[in-house]
Design a protein around this ligand. Structure first.
Ligand SMILES: Nc1ncnc2c1ncn2[C@@H]1O[C@H](COP(=O)(O)OP(=O)(O)OP(=O)(O)O)[C@@H](O)[C@H]1O
Length: 281
């Protein structure tokens, strides 16, 4: 199956500063991909390149089908009612499912006659997602859709995105700083750090392919492929690629998504990047 998003050798720079360098990744169709990384890592830049908002300096980006984008600062007009925003979207988009958008808003209890500026942050995020989904995209790109939302609203927005993915063939790329928000929903991880791609792959495979080892301070697990090491008192905790060591002094367990992400962020020179040919649908 053709990937929904294919990025090859992507490099983007703003004047003299490279925001992204040599970035190659591929997201299979139907996946919900989490794009994570510290401030300034290049997440927004990658998204802008994916939706064609900027021209790369090197490499290329290919999207299979139509793409819809919700920018970080939610492109809504405060003085418009929700119904007027729908009318605006209908006029701007070739493919537009007005019925689905109205049903979605009704299901969320968002009144059509309410001015957007009078909606809560969570409702505004839901309207922005509804407008993007109504355009019937093949790839939905969301730049920090959960920013400034309380935990309940974050959960509701993620659940509503999941409902869209379950309903039809849709691929989602969404950025967030809160990894715990992504664990339930996302099945693909893309980690950027300092403009470089560090991790890209299926989340279950990545978690299966790593272990967290805990052991005594002086010991060093023979043959372990360490991603990062941290010390607390007399204990050493390591994130390693591959299976657990045979040495009985080390306790091994499967990492959580947050531990995997933190392990790589702590060690920007490490990477877990399958070759593009290995990406499976
Ligand atoms: N318009 C611009 N002009 C100059 N430099 C820019 C511009 N936009 C981004 N940059 C720089 O490019 C790098 C990547 O920025 P980008 O916004 O893509 O990061 P990000 O991962 O989305 O960050 P955040 O999590 O803070 O939103 C940063 O060093 C940033 O300062």
């Amino acid at each position: 199956m053709k990937p929904a998003l294919e990025v090859t050798g992507l490099g983007v720079r703003y004047r003299r500063t490279w925001a992204l360098r040599d970035c190659s990744l591929s997201v299979p169709a139907g996946r919900v991909a989490a794009l994570v990384g510290p401030n300034g890592a290049g997440k927004t830049t990658l998204m802008h390149a994916a939706v064609g908002l900027l021209r790369p300096e090197t490499g290329s980006v290919r999207v299979a089908g139509e793409v819809a984008f919700v920018a970080q600062d939610k492109p809504l007009y405060d003085g418009f009612t929700v119904a007027e925003m729908l009318a605006f979207g209908r006029r701007l988009n070739r493919r537009w499912d007005d019925g689905a958008a109205r049903r979605r808003l009704a299901g969320l209890g968002i009144p059509l006659d309410r001015k957007v500026g009078r909606l809560s942050g969570g409702q505004q995020a839901q309207v922005a997602v509804t407008l993007a989904v109504a355009a019937c995209p093949d790839l939905l790109v969301l730049d920090e859709p959960l920013a400034n939302l309380d935990p309940l609203a974050r959960h509701d927005v993620m659940r509503s995105i999941m409902a869209e993915v379950a309903g039809r063939e849709l691929t989602v790329l969404l950025s967030s700083h809160v990894v715990s928000d992504l664990e339930e929903t996302c099945d693909w991880l893309i980690l950027l750090n300092g403009g470089r791609l560090q991790v890209s792959g299926d989340i279950e495979e990545l978690l299966d392919g790593h272990h967290v080892l805990t052991g005594p301070e002086q010991a060093s697990p023979a043959g372990a492929d360490a991603v990062s090491v941290s010390r607390t008192g007399r204990q050493v905790t390591m994130l390693v690629r591959g299976g657990p060591p045979l040495d009985p002094r080390w306790q091994a367990r499967r990492p959580g998504l947050d531990e995997l992400v933190m392990g790589y962020l702590r060690s920007p020179e490490s990477g877990a990047l399958p070759g593009l040919a290995e990406v499976r649908a």
